[in-house]
Ligand binder design. Structure first.
Ligand SMILES: *Cc1c(COP(=O)(O)O)cnc(C)c1O
Length: 505
């Protein structure tokens, strides 16, 4: 605890900045949330050992409640202010979504209710499947995956299942993915039993047909060992893959499938259907593109959308409409499905929020989302490009990439810039990702920020650049942040030697 910040009367930090101890670290007064009379004269008759004290904290209900509420106020969120975390699409979550999700008829349905009693809920899921199918151009939609990464797993298992059903799974072992891809892409491919072959993009930030061909035909002249590729478009450098049509055609000729990581769909929604640039299966992060809450607050949702051909292999359940009734199709209805990935149908509350958002925006509104998101990112790029190094030429999509190259001359790095943003009351951008360049800063403003909000951020970033160039710029910025309860953490130690459980001293 930073002693000088403590209020001598309450023991709490001044300025209502709490340093919250663990529940175990509070004085243990033997309190509890409920009053039970001491049990008298009971014998254990079940044959299990008698219960012993397992050391749970002894606190009252208000103590526990205050502990958690105080901790909840530490969480900087999109409702606090600008949150330009690249690749995460931290956009405003309209409260209308929350209102519909709380309708009792939606909030209190139980997954084990008979289908006849949840026709409305099934209709929501059916309609959401239709919207997602329409927006992606990929008509087979499975809503169950619980996050983007889970969607990737579902999609790649679908591809694997397709090769399996054709007796090709032994032969087709390789998944191609650019070196700039999100870590979940290669990780997913490996989890599905594939080998990962990385495609270099370094010079241009984009895939080229040339580099793609080198990877495609590296071990077989026909690419007969290729299972597929995983590509994010626009990619993690915020750039549209210009040669994607030709690349997809080459991949398909070789017999591979195109998995698109749809996390960046906010740049395309309503404008481009990924099926039109050759995608066979993709996930959509409902919690990114479609404005449902995420970031420590979940729950996320990552439905997958696939071509008609792949639909038979994707996971179940899937909602279908028979006449005027809705029902869930399961493994019995779909003999080639890879099976179920989890119990029940997925994050239903998120489906309600998403469909509310889609319907309140309308098709034209969703198109404008993409346009405004791209416009905002390009505004930042044009302004910040004066002070920060822009590694890749030309307009960006929904996020812009900068590096600390210009600041490094003054011994100031991306980490110092991020820490200074915290001092200035901003959540930093995504730092040191993508990994293809040194000191990257990936900034995604989204469409829900106003010009004045963007201008204030630009002014702060420019100010930091000026400070960095100043006489003791590096000393000042190395000492940031001053005001947060924790300042600079030993991140290497935190990653290498995490302490994951409370150890009583
Ligand atoms: C966010 C993201 C993911 C993973 O999504 P989660 O919902 O966090 O699992 C995958 N790929 C990219 C490019 C992302 O930005």
């Amino acid at each position: 605890m930073s002693g000088d910040n403590r209020n001598e009367n309450t023991g709490k930090n001044k300025g209502l900045h709490y340093e919250e101890p663990l529940l175990w670290e509070y004085a243990q007064g033997g309190e509890s949330g409920v009053d039970w009379p001491e049990l008298q004269g009971l014998k254990v008759r079940t044959g299990v050992p008698e219960r012993e004290d397992i050391g749970l904290p002894q606190l009252s209900e208000p103590e526990v409640l205050r502990h958690y509420v105080r901790m909840s106020t530490w969480n900087y969120s999109i409702d606090h202010g600008f949150f330009p975390l690249g690749s995460c699409t931290m956009k405003h979550n309209p409260r209308l979504n929350e209102k519909t999700a709380r309708f009792p008829g939606f909030a209190y349905v139980h997954p084990l209710q008979p289908e006849s009693s949840v026709q409305g809920a099934l209709e929501v899921m059916y309609e959401l499947q239709s919207w997602l199918g329409e927006l992606t151009g990929l008509p087979g939609v499975c809503l169950t995956p619980s996050a983007g990464a889970h969607g990737e797993l579902a999609g790649m298992m679908t591809i694997r299942r397709a090769h399996e059903c054709r007796g090709q799974v032994e032969k087709r072992r390789v998944i191609l993915t650019p070196d700039s891809s999100h870590g979940t892409n290669p990780a997913t491919a490996v989890m599905c039993g594939f080998e990962v072959r990385s495609i270099p993009t370094k010079d241009t930030g984009r895939l080229t047909v040339e580099a793609f061909k080198d990877a495609l035909y590296k071990t077989d002249p026909q690419g007969a060992d290729i299972a597929g590729m995983m590509v994010t478009n626009p990619n993690t450098c915020g750039l549209f893959e210009r040669e994607i049509n030709e690349i997809a055609a080459l991949l398909h000729d070789a017999g591979g499938y195109f998995y698109c990581d749809g996390a960046n769909f906010n740049a395309l929604v309503g404008k481009v259907r990924p099926a039109d640039f050759g995608v066979d299966v993709m996930h959509v992060n409902l919690h990114k593109t479609f404005s449902t809450p995420h970031g420590g607050g979940g729950p996320g949702s990552g439905p997958i959308c696939c071509t008609e051909e792949l639909t038979q292999y994707m996971p179940v359940p899937v909602t279908v409409k028979d006449g005027d009734k809705y029902r869930l199709e399961t493994m019995e209805d779909r003999p080639d499905t890879l099976g179920a990935l989890k119990a029940f149908t997925g994050q239903f509350g998120i489906f309600v929020r998403t469909l509310t958002y889609m319907k309140s925006m309308g098709a034209d509104g969703l198109k404008q989302v993409a346009e405004d998101a791209v416009l905002n990112a390009n505004y930042l790029l044009s302004q910040l490009g004066e002070d920060y190094h822009v590694p890749f030429e030309g307009p960006c999509m929904h996020e812009c990439l900068l590096t600390d190259k210009a600041q490094k001359e003054f011994d100031v790095t991306t980490l110092d810039i991020a820490k200074t943003l915290i001092e200035r009351g901003y959540h930093p951008m995504t730092v040191y990702f993508p990994l293809v360049l040194h000191g990257t800063m990936l900034i995604e403003p989204t469409e829900t920020e106003s010009t004045s909000e963007l201008d204030a951020f630009i002014a702060t970033m420019k100010d930091i650049a000026v400070q960095a160039r100043g006489a003791d710029g590096h000393d000042i910025l190395h000492a940031m942040p001053h005001s947060s309860p924790r300042r600079r953490l030993d991140e290497v130690k935190a990653a290498r030697k995490p302490v994951l459980k409370y150890i009583e001293k």
